[in-house]
Design a protein around this ligand. Structure first.
Ligand SMILES: Cc1cc2nc3c(=O)[nH]c(=O)nc-3n(C[C@H](O)[C@H](O)[C@H](O)COP(=O)(O)OP(=O)(O)OC[C@H]3O[C@@H](n4cnc5c(N)ncnc54)[C@H](O)[C@@H]3O)c2cc1C
Length: 314
């Protein structure tokens, strides 16, 4: 182990972390504190780059904006000369733990002895003019995150599946002003959930979103293609998310049946020397708390892997 990250391309670092959200930054801080040379690659476009305030992360009584949490974590990482953030997209990774991993990012090549994949997911928010400005202010996807602040408010759930119907039912326990907009002409809602929605008095609208009315991140109404104007205080998008697994698949890492990166309790993947953390690893528990925990766990496992033989118990 040496204490500084090599500046030149071609020297192998101990660990490369792909993704600079809560999972990746947590992994990097732990690795840095194990005195490992660590590079974090990040394009700054994940779930933690929207406008949301986390009200359920320990230690912040008034909540903390996720972008601020990222800034604080990057500042924390900056205390370690053996760690560095590279603002590049990693497009390809090849190799293995025996010969080392090779990462390709924006025309450059980097080498690492271990990898932590913390690439997150891509949310399928409804796309209408200006949609990004509402995410985290009045457009959400997660009742655990943002249900409480929306008690008693007028909520439009957007989605066409049982998952959307289920979310509408759960939100109905927080407010009696819930409607479901399929954002499609037809839906995949089962007869069972249809009956449940009917029993709860939740209106289902079959139409697509044309545009939104609102300002400064606050939605006022959704206008549909058929010209309906649906007033609302908050929109919960239940249109799913796709895990960012392209690099994992390139390496031959096993995915779970739901398409997420399969890991064990130490965040080890099916490939020796490759670890994964955060939202990319499971369909559920998409929370900052879980991401930070998994990042720390992945770093500890990678650090153990890097031990010289005389320090290992196995
Ligand atoms: C509107 C909203 C509200 C939320 N509210 C809460 C809340 O109240 N409480 C809570 O706990 N959680 C909340 N979440 C969820 C939380 O933000 C996520 O669980 C968390 O960000 C996951 O962290 P992560 O590091 O796994 O992924 P992300 O935060 O998505 O970070 C992944 C990073 O990897 C980078 N990346 C991906 N691929 C590459 C590549 N090939 N090369 C380089 N970089 C790459 C991305 O640019 C991104 O910066 C909310 C999310 C949203 C969208």
């Amino acid at each position: 182990m040496s204490s500084r990250v090599p500046r030149s391309v071609g020297q192998a670092v101990d660990s490369a972390v792909v993704g600079g959200g809560p999972a990746g930054l947590s992994a990097a801080i732990y690795l840095a504190r194990y005195n490992r040379q660590v590079l974090v690659f990040d394009t700054g476009q994940g779930r933690s780059t929207h406008h949301q305030v986390n009200h359920n992360y320990l230690g912040f009584p008034d909540g903390v904006a996720t972008v601020d949490l990222r800034k604080l974590a990057a500042e924390q990482l900056g205390n370690y000369p053996n760690a560095r953030i590279v603002r590049h997209r990693v497009t390809d990774i090849e190799g293995n733990a025996e010969g080392g991993f090779v990462l390709h990012a924006q025309g450059h090549t980097w080498q690492a002895r271990t990898l932590v994949l913390a690439t997150g997911v891509l949310d399928h928010f409804p796309h209408f003019p200006g949609w990004q400005s509402y995410v985290g202010h009045s457009m959400f996807w997660c009742i655990t995150c943002d249900g409480y602040e929306n008690r008693g408010r007028s909520i439009l759930v957007v989605g066409h599946t049982d998952a959307a119907a289920g979310e509408a039912m759960q939100l109905h326990s927080l407010t009696d002003r819930v409607r479901l907009l399929t954002n499609s002409r037809s839906d995949d809602i089962s007869p069972l959930f249809r009956r449940r929605l009917d029993a709860a008095g939740i209106q289902v609208v079959h139409d697509r979103i044309k545009e939104a009315e609102g300002r400064d991140g606050t939605l006022r109404a959704i206008v549909t293609r058929d010209g309906l104007r649906l007033e609302l205080d908050a929109l919960f998008s239940i249109q799913g998310a796709t895990p960012e697994t392209q690099l994992a698949r390139q390496l031959g890492v096993h995915l779970s049946p739901t398409g997420y990166i399969a890991v064990d309790t130490e965040q080890k993947t099916s490939i020796t020397g490759v670890y994964a953390a955060g939202d990319a690893t499971s369909l559920h528990s998409h929370q900052v708390t879980a991401a930070v925990h998994e990042g720390a766990q992945a770093a500890s496992a990678a650090n153990y892997f890097l031990y010289p033989p005389e320090l290992r118990a196995d």
